[in-house]
Design a protein around this ligand. Structure first.
Ligand SMILES: CSC[C@@H](O)[C@@H](O)C(=O)COP(=O)(O)O
Length: 368
């Protein structure tokens, strides 16, 4: 994606060739600042504090975290310690464990002296693959948008609702839910995106709106509770969201509030699509309610982040002082509410059979 006319991925190597640069997503949309990570502890902190976030980018950052660790201590003990440190940063996005497992498999049989180099190479490969997977999701999602466009009055906007941020900023490039939207916009289709603000951290209002705006995609930010109302009035043609973990049977964990959008879409006959790369599928789970749901700090609910009068990024209390708050970060949308899954290999029904037909190699491997 281009920011201020310059092409950016969300994670890249510093000029020294070993430190890792990321965009500080806690400062967006007000400040575009980068952070340079020089240790695995800093990588773990960037994930836990959501300097980086979004399932695929969490995985990519963890992979580079392993590389940073191997550079300072490539021993077996360090390899195991780093898996535990990074693995504990965020519980729901399965891409984190997928990436760590991939790094372990690549490194464990190697002599310690070659591990750092191999880890950097593998992390770079994983990032390149993420870009290719997301681009392919865009390719497979585009015909779904085209099909809806063909049924609209000529020139009328195709209204697509999305929740949270499953765009460029959540991946290495392109995004998952936003990839088909970028492809449609670039192909000249008149898309308009309803951007759920996505409380408590407002990834929609802050991040999705920012990146759609940077790419010139027409969009409107709406409060989280507006989606059902817009659907009742025929103002939503389709919903596309991302996911942090999808079971082998098609149940989908995504940012809190996704389930309510799926219910409203179901009630109003609006197609509800989930876009995901295969590393987001947890082949070991067959029931969405076994997915661990991250509980985050109450302060994210009681406070909002924004610009103060001096133009500084600050947080403001919005809840009554003294009231306790509860903050589950994700919810589970049952497969029966999902119209289809948009993956890098094509569009599948959200069923065990549908996923296994597209990914026989991965489904078989997990069953073995
Ligand atoms: C391609 S990203 C899919 C999901 O990771 C995204 O929708 C989401 O819920 C991100 O949550 P976050 O808590 O911001 O990491």
């Amino acid at each position: 994606m281009k920011i201020h006319g310059q092409p950016y991925r969300t994670i890249w190597l510093a000029q020294d060739g070993w430190r890792v640069c990321v965009i500080d997503q806690t400062r967006l949309p007000f400040r575009f600042e980068t952070v340079t990570l020089g240790s695995v502890e800093q990588a773990a902190d960037a994930i836990a504090t959501m300097i980086v976030r979004g399932a695929p980018l969490i995985g990519a950052t963890a992979a580079y975290g392993v590389a940073l660790a191997m550079r300072s201590d490539p021993s077996d003990a360090a390899l195991e310690a780093v898996m535990a440190l990074l693995g504990a940063t965020r519980p729901t996005a399965v891409n984190l464990h997928w990436a760590l497992n991939r790094m372990r498999v690549r490194l464990v049989g190697l002599k310690p002296r070659v591990r750092a180099q191999a880890a950097y190479t593998e992390a770079a490969l994983l990032c390149d693959e993420d870009v290719a997977l997301c681009r392919a999701i865009g390719d497979h999602g585009l015909p779904l948008i085209r099909e809806i466009a063909s049924r609209k009055p000529a020139g009328g906007p195709i209204n697509i609702l999305t929740h949270c941020n499953a765009g460029w900023l959540a991946t290495v490039d392109w995004g998952t839910a936003l990839a088909p939207i970028y492809r449609a916009h670039d192909a000249g289709l008149p898309v308009h995106v309803w951007v759920d603000e996505t409380r408590p951290r407002n990834q929609g209002a802050a991040l999705t709106a920012y990146e759609l705006g940077a790419h010139g995609v027409p969009h409107s930010v709406i409060v989280d509770n507006a989606g059902g109302h817009l659907m009742q009035r025929g103002q939503v043609d389709m919903v596309i969201v991302g996911t942090d973990r999808t079971t082998a049977t098609g149940d989908v964990a995504n940012k809190i509030g996704t389930y309510l959008k799926a219910l409203a879409a179901h009630d109003n006959g609006v197609p509800f699509y989930v876009a995901l790369p295969s590393p987001t599928i947890d082949w070991s789970l067959r029931d969405g309610f076994s997915i661990p749901i991250e509980e985050r700090a109450a302060r994210e609910v009681t406070h909002l982040s924004g610009l103060n009068e001096d133009g500084e990024v600050a947080s403001f209390r919005v809840a009554a002082p003294g009231s306790p708050a509860v903050n589950p970060a994700f919810d589970v949308t049952p497969a029966r509410l999902v119209t289809a899954l948009i993956t890098e290999r094509g569009v599948a029904p959200a069923t065990a059979e549908g996923l296994a037909a597209l990914f026989p190699d991965l489904a078989r491997g997990a069953a073995a």
